[in-house]
Ligand binder design. Structure first.
Ligand code: ITT
Length: 196
């Protein structure tokens, strides 16, 4: 059993990480160490923000930890919302408002605009003070409207490549197999396995 802190305040990410990493891992959260404030994310890239979140928790606990920074890149919006995905519509991590803004901005591009998009994820692991990063991505497209109730964030409008159902319809097991987070966390787990 490996105990490690996942430096996140996002319960959806935490649930997925537990499913991806399996029972070999006990995931602690910043809350378990009295860190309840929003961890600052002021970088200009996913890699910078991911490192910033992991460092924040490592500096306060001295324990091994990892963080996940994820962005949704939409081609017809020149890669937006990208690194600003959490605060696209407002400052408050409001999923519904973020999706509403995304669909509105895309409709302004006209009916023929490409709907292709991808999630990118950078996981930063701090292990005995050393930093390692793992990338993952999932290609797909943005649906015309929200469908499904599972998952979190932009899942109700994300159609993985080659699929006709959104991530919020298919649910976590399928998502974890193909997702950006699944790829980066499995890469991290393989790395940790090799270090044993
Ligand atoms: P932490 O920083 O506390 O981990 P966060 O929600 O702020 O949580 P990010 O900065 O990585 O995380 O957020 C990017 C945004 O994209 C945020 O609104 C998420 O809800 C959303 N998001 C991240 N991963 C997603 C996924 O797998 N499916 C759908 N939306 C996702």
């Amino acid at each position: 059993m490996r105990r490690i802190i996942f430096a996140t305040g996002n319960k959806g990410k935490l649930r997925e990480a537990a499913g991806i990493l399996g029972p070999e891992y006990e995931l602690l959260t910043p809350e378990d160490f009295g860190i309840t404030e929003d961890i600052p994310e002021t970088g200009e890239t996913l890699a910078e923000n991911s490192l910033q979140k992991a460092r924040y928790v490592y500096e306060r606990t001295g324990l091994d930890c990892f963080a996940d920074d994820t962005g949704l890149e939409v081609d017809c919006l020149d890669g937006a919302p990208g690194v600003h995905s959490a605060r696209y519509a407002s400052d408050g991590h409001d999923f519904d408002a973020n999706i509403a803004k995304l669909l509105k901005e895309m409709s302004l591009k006209g009916p023929d605009a490409p709907r292709s998009a991808r999630f990118r994820c950078v996981v930063t692991l701090i292990l005995s003070g050393e930093v390692f990063q793992f990338d993952g991505r999932m290609e797909g497209s943005i649906a015309a409207e929200r469908v499904g109730t599972k998952g979190f964030g932009y899942d109700p409008v994300f159609l993985p490549a080659g699929q006709t159902r959104t991530l919020a319809e298919t649910g976590e097991e399928m998502k974890n197999r193909i997702s950006h987070r699944g790829q980066s966390l499995r890469a991290m787990a393989a790395f940790l396995e090799n270090r044993k």
